[in-house]
Write a protein that binds this ligand. Structure first.
Ligand SMILES: Nc1ncnc2c1ncn2[C@@H]1O[C@H](COP(=O)(O)OP(=O)(O)OP(=O)(O)O)[C@@H](O)[C@H]1O
Length: 572
């Protein structure tokens, strides 16, 4: 049961416990709401059949019913709402933790807007269902068999007259469930596409204005909205038909009970008290079904949200053991990798980088240099072969052990919407302010002095208040601060002007001392002193050696040098 609830509603263990508790209270509330009908039966018994009951019986019965009802309702409320809000927070935390453990390939295969939708909207949908629909449905599923058995014991014919139409009414909803689910999924896909389109519109405002695309984008957004409105209307309309059909059958329950009951009473099979009792029970069941129908629909509606949350839960995580590396020699052997199975990006790549030496990766654009750095940083897992540090395959190493020993400076720098100081401190969380400032000086971040509040200046979303070169230097300062034994540099000079590049080059020479460094640079001159230069061509190692060795032996290396020289001389 617990596993069923966990799977069906993407609940956490605690959430399952909460839902069961709330469901039990809902069941008790269903039971107690039958008591006023029983009181009415007592009265009918007295009026019609002259079975006189003491007035105190009515008063006591009413009082006890009221008190129990009040207590149960408050418990039901408490367990439904409190547990659900806690569950929504737990679920979001669980998803956030899971996302932080996933392979990067998961993010490249999934839409980020979709993930954001899963964390916010899907959990909100489950939260709403959890506070209303799931406990009530659980309670009703317990109550219906109980009342059916009691009614069958009383008179099985009357019981069937009241219960069968109710079951058919339910059956209709369940039968239509798959159809409704497909419609709701379609609507969800449209919503996701719309939010992607709006996000793109906002992110590309500059390009849209510059290329005079405002009208075109506006009309395509309107067309999208109209389309999603159509799909939404269709899904709501079909859901409404289902509910209506099921409600009509629900009414048959009452009609059959009255007509069948009168017939059975005339044949002398049941007394008028039985007739009224079964009519009251049929009315109550109908009332409950009506009140809860939208909850059952809601449970079908959250199905696609549940599927997406479960998909994140079941995704493969980066796993491995905590390891202390004995050395930082790096060895890459027969490495193969593809982003998708049809197109290999790296093919049988092998080379070594001894501890404390610099290795440069060069090659035409698209040959797989950045991909190789991503694999070394374990942002993706490779298909076959190995990457070892100190003889240990990084696939067997936990993310914490690896990143403790690795500093990475990528082409695309990501900054957080906080102060400059905190952005640099990301390199090493326990660094004090002085250490952060020293790292900034080493990375030539002199622009910080000109910011309004120096190191305390907030730099806006993804550092939008900074230039490309300034963002790059903050990223380099993080690497200085971390001072890890392995350093990965991907085109760090791409956003720097000549003056800054020269300054950073000097301080980088200090940082790189005694470290295992892997660097990509399109400025061929800057890597000429590297102990080893690996020339990649269409995903495989074409040549490997020092600058002077490659000048003699590799025609691809010579061509790369010629191209960079030609680019340096290019005049606009
Ligand atoms: N996330 C991705 N999903 C699918 N294919 C990708 C992805 N990233 C890169 N590729 C493809 O992999 C190949 C190698 O790309 P990579 O970025 O590693 O080349 P590169 O040598 O670093 O290029 P550049 O010098 O232009 O930065 C390219 O064909 C690219 O289109």
């Amino acid at each position: 049961m617990k596993q069923f609830l966990k799977r069906s509603f993407a609940l956490t263990d605690r959430g399952v416990h909460g839902a069961l508790k709330a469901g039990m209270f809902s069941f008790l509330v269903f039971v107690i709401t039958m008591f006023p009908a029983m009181l009415l039966l007592l009265l009918v018994d007295q009026l019609l059949l002259q079975h006189v009951h003491d007035t105190l019986t009515y008063v006591l019965f009413s009082l006890i019913t009221l008190i129990v009802m009040e207590v149960l309702l408050s418990f039901e409320y408490e367990s439904q709402y409190n547990e659900t809000y806690k569950e929504a927070a737990n679920l979001r935390i669980e998803i956030a933790q899971k996302l932080s453990q996933l392979e990067m390939s998961y993010f490249s295969k999934h839409d980020l807007a979709d993930l954001a939708q899963s964390i916010m909207a899907d959990v909100a949908a489950i939260e709403h269902a959890g506070s209303h629909a799931i406990p009530t449905a659980l309670g009703f599923c317990l109550f219906l068999p109980l009342i059916t058995i009691l009614m069958l014991i009383g008179n099985w014919k009357m019981a069937l007259l009241a219960i069968v139409p109710t079951l058919v009414s339910f059956g209709l909803i369940v039968l239509g469930k798959n159809y409704a689910r497909a419609q709701f999924n379609k609507h969800y896909v449209r919503l996701r596409e719309n939010s992607q389109a709006f996000q793109e519109r906002i992110e590309m405002s500059k390009e849209i204005t510059a290329f005079n695309l405002t009208e075109h984008v506006k009309s395509s957004l309107y067309a999208r909205l109209e389309d999603s409105q159509r799909v939404h209307w269709k899904s709501e309309r079909n859901a409404a038909f289902l509910i209506m059909g099921s409600e009509i059958f629900g009414h048959f329950s009452l009609a059959f009970t009255i007509v069948g009951g009168i017939f059975l009473m005339q044949t002398g099979e049941i007394s008028i008290l039985y007739l009224i009792g079964y009519v009251l029970a049929a009315m109550k069941i109908k009332e409950m079904v009506d009140a809860n129908m939208e909850f059952f629909m809601e449970i079908f509606y959250i199905n696609s949200a549940v599927e997406r949350i479960n998909e994140i839960r079941n995704a493969k995580v980066l796993s491995g053991l905590d390891v202390s590396f004995s050395s930082f020699d790096m060895s890459i052997e027969h490495l193969n990798f593809s982003y998708d199975t049809n197109k290999p990006v790296l093919k049988d790549v092998s080379f070594t980088v001894p501890q404390g030496s610099v290795c440069a990766l060069v090659g035409e654009s698209g040959c797989g240099k950045t991909t190789l750095l991503h694999l070394i940083a374990r942002l993706y897992d490779f298909d076959s072969g190995s990457i070892s540090i100190g003889g240990v395959n990084i696939k067997d190493v936990s993310a914490e052990s690896l990143y403790r020993n690795l500093s990475i400076v990528f082409q695309d720098v990501v900054l957080f919407n906080t102060s400059v100081l905190e952005n640099i401190r990301i390199g090493r969380e326990d660094a004090d302010d002085e250490e952060v400032k020293r790292a900034a000086r080493l990375a030539q971040c002199d622009f910080i002095d000109n910011l309004p509040e120096g190191f305390d200046t907030l730099i806006g979303e993804n550092g939008r208040q900074l230039s490309g070169g300034e963002r790059q230097r903050i990223s380099i300062a993080r690497a200085f601060l971390k001072n890890a034994p392995i350093l990965i540099l991907d085109e760090i000079a791409s956003s720097l002007d000549v003056d800054n590049e020269r300054k950073i080059q000097e301080s980088l020479n200090d940082l790189m001392k005694n470290k295992t460094v892997i660097i990509i640079s399109h400025r061929m001159k800057s890597i000429q002193n590297a102990a080893r230069i690996v020339v990649l061509k269409e995903g495989h190692v074409e040549a490997c050696g020092t600058h002077s060795e490659l000048l003699r032996s590799s025609s691809s290396y010579q061509k790369l040098l010629e191209k960079t020289q030609a680019a340096d001389e290019f005049v606009y």
